[in-house]
Design a protein around this ligand. Sequence first.
Ligand code: NAD
Length: 338
Amino acid sequence: MKKILVTGGCGFIGSNFIHFMMKQQSEIEIVNIDVLTYAGNPENVTQYRDSSRYTFIQGDITDAACVKSIFKEHEIDGVIHFAAESHVDRSITGPEIFVTTNILGTQVLLENARKAWQDDFSQKRFVHVSTDEVYGSLGQDGLFTEETPLAPNSPYSASKAGSDLLVRSYFETFGFPGIITRCSNNYGPYQYPEKLIPLMIANALDDKQLPVYGDGKNIRDWLYVEDHCSAIATVLSKGKPGDVYNIGGNNEWKNIDIVKKVLEILNKSEDLITFVKDRPGHDRRYAIDASKIKNDLGWEPSLTFEVGIEKSIQWYLNNTGWWRELQKKHELTAVGKY
Ligand SMILES: NC(=O)c1ccc[n+]([C@@H]2O[C@H](COP(=O)([O-])OP(=O)(O)OC[C@H]3O[C@@H](n4cnc5c(N)ncnc54)[C@H](O)[C@@H]3O)[C@@H](O)[C@H]2O)c1
């Protein structure tokens, strides 16, 4: 791959992915299309502004003319598709934009990549970054495998499932080189402070209450964002078109235990924890079986949660200006707790 199109590269995972690729692959060129919603922050990748290996386009993935012109002007070999509306609470209060961005936006990208690449798909790849939330909720036992039926429970996960099915259909219908990844919850630098871990860090540092949904016993499988990026890079270079790869950290935590861990590291009192009314349709448990990506592509997470959470907290302590700016913005746009 010489030139890749990253969508949503000013968001949390997209910007970490750009850092990862710029560091790890000295030959690669990156075109980043991001419309800069509340979640997109050009500061996240500002150091590449003058690099000959990096182009930023402020544009909307639902704008077919804009996407078409990118494929016309750049010889794109691969697409890594992150751009999405990604916050479950916002999908409950305003689902329309989730359908527009996540489903229509994915279709626009697929169609323009298909047309640009139609002479020869063999050296091209389209990695669609999806989520374990498309599988719905687990009981006490069991893990999501790539064969688990899709059963999304929120407008967010339903829109991601819809986009996954479009990618699948382009492979089945056109032989288009689409690959789907489904990752568990990420944490790490540059995560918008409306999400669980950065919100808890920010509130704890300010001695504000830490809102925990329901009984706090909802379980998520947490992966350090850089490990997610290395998994995507692995899928880009070695993944099989038409396949789905689950990505996870084998690292299940109850929300309440994550919150207590953050308080312990920051040396703050558990009295700051406040239980709030549960989120409607709140999935109880997600857990990923990531054996396929390990066995087929040789990928495994590199960090334990203990190391990853310390690193993350240290990043938020070293970059207070970054999240304080967004915190002000978040107070203006907040719709839920996290
Ligand atoms: N955060 C997680 O834990 C997690 C886990 C698994 C999968 N994912 C998936 O990874 C992807 C990235 O997630 P994230 O947490 O970085 O999200 P994010 O909300 O932090 O970033 C999304 C980015 O997409 C951009 N964007 C939104 N609409 C756009 C449009 N119409 N055109 C162009 N750009 C647009 C935003 O400006 C933002 O920069 C999403 O597809 C999400 O479903 C996230």
